[in-house]
Design a protein around this ligand. Structure first.
Ligand code: G
Ligand code: G
Ligand code: MN
Length: 520
C-alpha cells in the first residue's frame, strides 16, 4: 500500500511536469505564431502604404512632366516663368530642365542656359525614352542626394524634360518612426540605392541584408525595399515568458487537481463527508443455544464509481494515509446512530465486536474515542468487544498497560484471526484476552483435509485450559458447526448462521423461525 502510495505521488509529479512542459511548449509556440502572423501583416501594410505613396507621388510628377513637354518647343524666355511656377508647386522638385538635342536649354531655377546634358548629369542617358537614377547631389545642392528623372518628348525625339527631385528620405523616415516593426527602407533606381542606412547614395549591391518586403513603383524603374526582422526579440521574450507561465500554471493546477482531488487518501475523507461508508452486522450465536449473543460490526464502502470496495483494501489504505483515526471515529458515529435499533434486536449485554486497526490502537486519541463511543451508546446495555489482531501487540509494554486500562474501563478484548500471525501462543500467555476468534482458515479445514483437525484441536484445548472464551469464524456448514460444538467452542459466526447484514436486513431477519439466531 505504501509503495503504491509513493509511486502514485511520483506519477502525479511526473504527469504534472509533463503537462506543464507540453503546455509551455504549446502556449509559447502559439504565441510566437500569433506574433509572427501579426508582424507579417504589419509588413504587408507598410509595403503597401509605401508603394501607394510613391506611386501617387511619381504619378503626379510624370503628369506634370507630360504637361511641360510642349514647352520644349518654345523659347526659354517665353516659358521660363511657367517652368518656375510649376517647379514651385511640385512637391520636392528642385528644378525642371527643358532639353533639346542633348543640351539643357532652360531651367526653372536659373532660366536660359546651354549646357550639354552629358556634362551636367553624365549618369542620365537622354537617348532613352525614360531614365531614372539617383545622384549624390545637384550643382546647386551638391551635398543633398536627388533623383534624376529624364522623360523624352513623346512627339519629338530630340527634346525632353529633365527634373531633379529631393531624395532625402524625410517622408519615409517620418513614416518609419511611427513603425518600430522594421529597421530600414531603401529606394533603388538604376543599381543605386538611397536608404536609411547611409546618408549618401550607394551601389544597391552594398545593401546588407535581404529585404523583408519589396515593391516596384508604377511606370518607373524604381524599387522600394523594407528591411526588418521576422522575429522581434521582445516578442520572443514575451512568448517564452507566456509559455513558461502557462506551463507553470497548468502544471501546478494539474498537480493540485491530482493530489487534492484524486488521491485516495482524500477520497476517504470525502467519502466520510458524503456518507459513502456504512456498516453491516454479522450475528454471533451461542454454539449450543444458537441464539444471537452479539454482532461483529464490519465496515463497507460503497464508492460511486468503483462500487463496493472491500475493507481489507481501504482499511490498509486509511492506515497508510494516517486516516484510520477519523475513519474509526466515523464508524463509531455510524454505530451510535444504529444503537437504538440494535437495542430492540439484541438482548441486554449483547456483544458489539468492533475491529480496531493497529494504528488506531496506538493513537493518542484512542482512549478518548472509546469513551466518546460509550457515551453515545445506551448506558449499560451493550458489551463492547475490541477485536485486535496479533500484529497489534508488537509493542509489548504499551499493549499490556493499554489492555489493563481497557479491562478497567469495562471493555472486553478479542484476539482476532487467531492463528494467522506468528508466535501466537506466546501472546496467549502474555496478555489477558477475553475471547479468542479462531481464524476461518482453521474452520474451513474441518472435514476437508483431515477428519480430525489436530492444530485446531490443540488450540481449543489450550484455550480451555487458559479459560478463554472461543469464537469460531467463517462457519459455513452444519458439519463444521457440529464439530466445533463437540469440541467445546463457545460461539459461532459465519455464513451458515448469517451473512453480515445491514441494519434493515437484520431487523427483517429478526424473529423469523427459519433463522438460526433469535433473541428469544
Ligand atoms: O467482511 P469483511 O470483508 O468486512 O472483512 C474484511 C476485513 O476487514 C476483516 O479482517 C475485518 O476485520 C476488517 N474490517 C472490517 N470492518 C472493519 C473496521 O471497521 N475497522 C477495521 N479496522 N477493520 C475492519
Ligand atoms: O475481522 P475478521 O477478519 O474476522 O472479518 C471477518 C470477515 O470474514 C469479513 O470479511 C466477513 O465478511 C467474512 N466472513 C464472515 N463469515 C464468513 C464465512 O462464513 N465465510 C467466509 N468465507 N467469510 C466470512
Ligand atoms: Mn473481526
Amino acid at each position: 500500500m505504501f509503495k503504491r502510495y509513493f509511486s502514485l505521488g511520483r506519477k502525479i509529479l511526473f504527469s504534472s511536469l509533463l503537462l506543464g512542459a507540453v503546455v509551455a511548449l504549446l502556449a509559447g509556440s502559439v504565441q510566437m505564431m500569433i506574433f509572427h502572423h501579426k508582424r507579417a501583416q504589419q509588413f504587408d501594410i507598410i509595403i503597401h502604404d509605401l508603394q501607394k505613396y510613391l506611386d501617387n507621388y511619381f504619378g503626379e510628377l510624370l503628369n506634370t512632366v507630360d504637361k511641360l513637354q510642349p514647352l520644349t518647343m518654345s523659347r526659354c524666355s517665353d516659358v521660363s516663368s511657367e517652368l518656375t511656377s510649376r517647379a514651385a508647386f511640385s512637391l520636392n522638385v528642385r528644378a525642371f530642365l527643358l532639353v533639346e538635342n542633348g543640351h539643357a536649354k532652360c531651367s526653372s531655377a536659373t532660366g536660359e542656359m546651354n549646357v550639354p546634358m552629358k556634362q551636367l548629369v553624365p549618369q542620365v542617358d537622354v537617348s532613352k525614352a525614360l531614365d531614372l537614377t539617383i545622384l549624390p547631389g545637384t550643382p546647386m545642392m551638391p551635398q543633398r542626394p536627388a533623383f534624376a528623372l529624364w522623360v523624352r518628348s513623346p512627339l519629338l525625339e530630340n527634346r525632353g524634360v529633365f527634373t531633379s527631385i529631393n531624395a532625402s528620405l524625410m517622408p519615409w523616415i517620418l513614416y518609419s518612426s511611427r513603425q518600430n516593426q522594421f529597421s530600414g527602407i531603401a529606394l533603388i533606381a538604376n543599381g543605386t540605392a538611397i536608404s536609411t542606412y547611409s546618408p549618401k547614395p550607394q551601389p544597391a549591391s552594398l545593401l546588407k541584408d535581404t529585404p523583408i518586403r519589396t515593391a516596384k513603383i508604377n511606370g518607373l524603374p524604381l524599387t522600394v525595399n523594407v528591411y526588418g526582422n521576422t522575429w522581434a526579440s521582445e516578442n520572443t521574450q514575451f512568448s517564452l515568458l507566456m509559455g513558461v507561465m502557462c506551463g507553470l500554471l497548468s502544471g501546478l493546477l494539474c498537480y493540485y487537481v491530482l493530489t487534492v482531488r484524486l488521491r485516495p487518501g482524500k477520497e476517504i475523507t470525502s467519502a466520510i463527508k458524503r456518507n459513502q461508508f456504512y456498516v453491516v452486522y454479522q450475528p454471533v450465536v451461542g454454539a449450543e443455544s444458537m441464539q444471537i449473543r452479539g454482532v461483529e460490526v464490519l465496515m463497507r464502502w460503497k464508492h460511486p464509481t468503483a462500487g463496493e470496495i472491500p475493507p481489507d483494501a481501504f482499511i490498509n489504505f486509511a492506515e497508510a494515509q494516517q486516516l484510520i483515526v477519523p475513519l474509526t471515529r466515523h464508524l463509531f458515529e455510524l454505530i451510535a446512530k444504529d444503537a437504538p435499533a440494535l437495542q430492540n434486536l439484541l438482548p441486554p449485554g449483547a456483544k458489539l465486536g468492533i475491529n480496531i486497526a493497529p494504528a488506531h490502537l496506538m493513537a493518542e486519541s484512542f482512549k478518548q474515542d472509546l469513551r466518546d463511543l460509550s457515551s453515545m451508546l445506551p448506558a449499560n446495555y451493550f458489551q463492547l468487544v475490541l477485536e485486535i489482531t496479533e500484529r497489534d501487540m508488537l509493542n509489548q509494554r504499551q499493549a499490556v498497560t493499554l489492555f489493563e486500562w481497557l479491562h478497567h474501563e469495562g471493555y472486553e478484548i478479542a484476539i482476532d484471526d487467531f492463528g494467522t500471525g506468528h508466535s501466537a501462543l506466546i501472546y496467549l500467555q502474555r496478555y489477558s484476552f477475553d475471547y479468542l476468534k479462531i481464524d476461518r482458515g482453521f474452520v474451513n479445514a474441518i472435514g476437508t483435509e483431515t477428519v480430525t483437525s489436530p492444530v485446531l484441536d490443540a488450540v481449543l484445548t489450550l484455550a480451555r485450559k487458559m479459560s478463554l472464551v472461543t469464537v469460531a469464524e467463517g462457519v459455513e456448514t452444519q458439519e463444521q458447526a457440529n464439530w466445533l460444538r463437540q469440541h467445546g467452542v463457545n460461539f459461532l459466526q459465519g455464513y451458515w448462521i448469517s451473512r453480515p447484514l445491514t441494519l434493515e436486513k437484520l431487523v427483517e431477519a429478526h424473529g423469523k423461525p427459519e433463522n438460526y439466531f433469535t433473541t428469544t
